[in-house]
Ligand binder design. Sequence first.
Ligand code: ASP
Length: 323
Amino acid sequence: DCDHDCYHTRELKQMPQVILAGSEGAAGMAAAVDALRRGARALDVVESSIRPVELDPNVRSVGVGGWPNLLGQVELDACIMDGKGLRSGAVGALQGYLHPISVARQVMERLPHVFLAGQGAARFAAECGAESGPLLTEQSRREWQAWLDEHVPEAQRSRWPEAPLAEWARLTADPIKVHGTTITLVKDGDGDIGAGVSTSGWAFKYPGRLGDSPVIGAGCYADNRYGAAACMGQGELTIRAGTARAIILYLKMGLTLRQACDEALNDLRALARIYEGSVTVHAIDAQGDYYVVAVGDRETAAYWLWTEGMPAAERRLSVVEPW
Ligand code: ASP
């Protein structure tokens, strides 16, 4: 229909298909490649590639086994975006559900809204029949307890969870080490582009803290006309700079994919920062090109890539830039 024509041109159909996932995305890659080869739509590939990562307790920053907040509760953030018509859905601080990416998808499909948070998000998840289950693993609980024991004096700890928390949020676990978001960007054979992200956010964050992952334009963005982008790392920075959206706008203004990402990093460099932190940006363009660059990060500077012609997805190392 003509509404969507400008997002979906003939020309783009000829361009190669691509799947670009973040460093945490391993668990979903093989099935995603298979699905895309069999003609699945970008958005379905995005969702189905993120679900196994959400279930994997060894991915410590996503879904089951994700990092808890200061109160020991796992609060999950996720977002999905359809580059055709820019439809989107997001959930923030969702507790008790195994697949926030699918709840985000349902927000997009079933509601006149794009973003639900907290109790409302959980209520909607229940209404959709989303799978519920425990998110806090014994290992995460032990690490949370150990962090509390180490940092919070007994007098305050004995008043937990009623004690004031702001002081401890400032002390929150080193965000350089304790982070990670799973990201998938897909361009399918019809030229449609989809993007999705899912995370528990920082370890030991203040309850109710939303990172960049569910914030459309900050942690995730997709537009068939130009490309898609998503971020991992210190969400407090990319929210302020509108990083994912900025990359797409820079593409629109005629920059190459690499120039667009570098310009977005320059925006981040201009921000006042509390922590050294780090950010990794992942991006694909409408021509099927891809680029991943990390600023200030050496530990998670990897990504997963599949493009047409590759027998299987490959793990690659991203460019790392200084702050
Ligand atoms: N970007 C996410 C956040 O700020 C987590 C991360 O990737 O480290 O919550």
